[in-house]
Ligand binder design. Structure first.
Ligand code: ATR
Length: 280
């Protein structure tokens, strides 16, 4: 049976095994998809050991996406533009291909939710591996403006290096409110920080949440009746609508599944429905 895993820290909460099982049932293939908890110091050894033992593919989540980019032997154009990898494909003879399906997953999910990106400013919070994968795909999808806002401004500046674009700007979280005011355009606030994974809230003025068209958390809660910390913060501040990243997770997983099982057609909508039922 083909072996797959997801590397992350924390990882116990990951729904990726359940999602890939649903895709496998749909595609009528059998697979074994596990969770792998590792540390920054152990990450490259853990990946090497997994593929030596016959692993066919792996997903990589926070905080290892940039380390994964350094470790693979080949990268797709998507991963190269992101400088970060969330999907690894074993090519044989120790060769590993790194791709990044996060941006595709985010754009697909925003479209599924009915957002017209061409009419919106996207405010992306965080400048780590999760954001990197989404910048170019959001621009390619026609986002009217894209503001990358991070607690540490220099990290946001590093993130956009090489992405020359008139619709792209950076801000520190502290300055975000001033930067949004002159835009006079509806904005979608997207959380790509890892704050919630540690139970932290973001140091953002309540008005930033309240004035957003909607607030979207790339993180998700494995229990639909429990909101993620970002959604709790946004709702408390008066955000009109909030979403979590479960849909993005499913969409990015669908593309990863297709990379591992070439040529297979999938219906991600069915997996959305089945997963919602399973989580009730
Ligand atoms: P990931 O792969 O999830 O993106 P990462 O590469 O470690 O993980 O990046 C984490 C991001 O979350 C960073 O942008 C970090 O901000 P800094 O660059 O200032 O460190 C952001 N982050 C984490 N905790 C945060 C918090 N409590 N408030 C604001 N931003 C936070």
């Amino acid at each position: 049976m083909a072996l797959f895993t997801v590397f992350g820290n924390p990882i116990a909460q990951s729904l990726s095994p359940q999602i890939h099982q649903l895709f496998a049932e749909q595609a009528q293939v059998s697979l074994n998809y596990s969770r792998s908890l590792t540390s920054p110091a152990q990450f490259s050894r853990a990946v090497a050991a997994f593929f030596r033992s016959g692993g066919a593919g792996a997903n990589v989540t926070s905080p290892f996406k940039q380390q994964a980019y350094q470790l693979v032997t080949h990268v797709t154009a998507r991963a190269a533009s992101a400088g970060s990898v969330n999907t690894i494909v074993a090519l044989g003879h120790g060769q590993l291909l790194g791709d990044n399906t996060d941006g595709y997953g985010l754009v697909r999910d925003l479209q599924r939710l009915g957002f017209d990106l061409t009419q919106l400013t996207i405010v992306l919070l965080g400048a780590g591996g999760a954001s990197r994968g989404c910048l170019q795909p959001l621009l390619d999808a026609g986002a009217a403006n894209l503001v990358l806002a991070n607690r540490t401004l220099s990290k946001a500046q590093q993130c956009v290096e090489g992405l020359e674009h008139a619709r792209l700007s950076v801000a520190s979280l502290a300055e975000l409110e001033n930067q949004l005011e002159p835009l006079q355009q509806p904005y979608l606030l997207i959380n790509a920080t890892s704050a919630g994974l540690h139970g932290d809230q973001l140091a953002l003025a309540p008005a930033i949440f309240a004035q957003a068209t909607a607030c979207y958390d790339m993180s998700y809660s494995p229990n639909p009746s429990l909101l993620t910390p970002f959604r709790q913060q946004a709702q408390k501040a008066g955000a009109p609508r909030t979403f979590d990243g479960l849909g993005m997770l499913i969409e990015q997983a669908g593309l990863a599944f297709q990379l591992w099982h070439q040529g297979i057609e999938l219906d991600t909508r069915l997996v959305h429905q089945r997963l919602q039922q399973q989580l009730q």
